[in-house]
Design a protein around this ligand. Structure first.
Ligand SMILES: Cc1cc2nc3c(=O)[nH]c(=O)nc-3n(C[C@H](O)[C@H](O)[C@H](O)COP(=O)(O)O)c2cc1C
Length: 319
């Protein structure tokens, strides 16, 4: 049986986001909504097989992330994917996700990420070998196409024939990068032609939008909105289950979330790293209250938990 089918449905997935969806953030999301499926940020298969220390650290996860946690690999070499997959298997992750979506020039100029969409037959052959070589389910996250979305259905069918277990589609082409609106119609059309789970991704900013977009799909993947509202996953699950949508927590509870993030990140590496991590998150968060931009500009410079706490105290006293 396809192991994805044992997960709670419709699937709700935290989209991989380089520099954001590291282990501490993933754990927090899992705490907020236990049914959220987690994926690492993109990780170079080549760097992994070379035992690059920093890359090895990037795939690390805690037991709380298990069931269901996948490592996203990017690359183009079949042998690198196969060796990296073995390493992912050895650390006990639940699935391997392949990146066929990254539009970054550095990645596509090396023939990685969404550049793999340019020669789908070669990509299909490579993925087939990978699927045969690992006992973990292999999934793909792709764009609608590289230049245009004309071949999305046949491309998706070829990936399914290669043996992947699920397919997530970001409703934009590589050329579009992050411009314009994600187009979901093509994702619905793909689902009509595939029997594996198909997950839609792009521009979901609320539980209602997630519900409206789901249609015939098996799940939704949410990225940027979760940086502003990590509680979106709980809200989406509630709405999928026909329950009232829980409100976003109070400002004070939001600050507690950061406190916990700082603690988890410090335990995962150290305080210095934790603060560098959190600064990125502060830039997206803490909006919509009096003085928010002033506090945000202070928080994106903090270098210790103590400093962060004293700004939090100030916010609590002001708001
Ligand atoms: C900062 C950032 C980093 C991202 N890193 C990755 C990545 O490592 N792997 C990947 O497949 N997609 C990556 N993406 C794309 C997201 O997973 C997602 O497809 C995209 O943001 C659209 O979904 P959204 O509108 O819900 O954010 C990244 C996006 C952002 C904004």
């Amino acid at each position: 049986m396809n192991p994805w089918k044992a997960q709670k449905q419709p699937f709700i997935i935290l989209a991989p986001m380089a520099g954001y969806t590291e282990s501490p953030f993933r754990r927090l999301i899992r705490e907020i909504e236990p049914s959220t499926i987690l994926v690492s940020e993109l990780v170079s298969a080549e760097a992994l097989r070379r035992n690059n220390e920093k890359t090895l650290r990037m795939i690390d996860f805690t037991p709380e992330e298990k069931n269901y946690y996948g490592v996203q690999l990017f690359g183009s070499e079949e042998s690198a994917f196969i060796e990296a997959a073995k390493m992912v298997e050895d650390i006990g992750a639940d699935f391997i996700d392949l990146n066929l979506g990254c539009p970054s020039p550095k990645v596509i100029n090396s023939g990685h990420g969404s550049a793999l969409l340019k020669d789908i037959d070669a990509t299909q052959k490579m993925i087939k070998k990978l699927v045969q070589s690992t006992r973990l389910p292999v999934t793909v996250k792709m764009r609608l196409g590289f230049y245009d979305d004309d071949d999305i259905i046949t491309n998706a069918q070829k990936l399914e024939a290669a043996g992947i277990s699920a397919l997530a589609i970001h409703g934009r082409t590589t050329k579009q990068k992050f411009t314009g609106k994600a187009s979901w119609e093509k994702i619905y059309a793909v689902k009509e032609h595939l029997s594996i789970p198909v997950i839609g991704n792009g521009d979901i900013t609320s539980a209602q939008i997630a519900k409206d977009r789901l249609k015939n799909l098996d799940g939704v993947m949410i990225g940027r909105a979760s940086l502003r509202n990590p509680w979106i996953f709980r809200q989406v699950r509630a709405l999928f289950e026909g329950k009232p949508v829980p409100q976003k927590p109070s400002l004070s509870e939001q600050l507690d979330f950061f406190q916990r993030h700082a603690e988890l990140a410090t335990a995962f590496k150290n305080e210095k790293w934790a603060m560098i991590e959190l600064r990125k998150h502060f830039a997206h968060f803490l909006r919509g209250f009096h003085g928010a931009s002033h506090f945000r500009s202070q928080l994106i410079r903090v270098s210790s938990i103590k400093e962060m706490q004293s700004i939090f105290d100030e916010i609590k006293a002001t708001v």
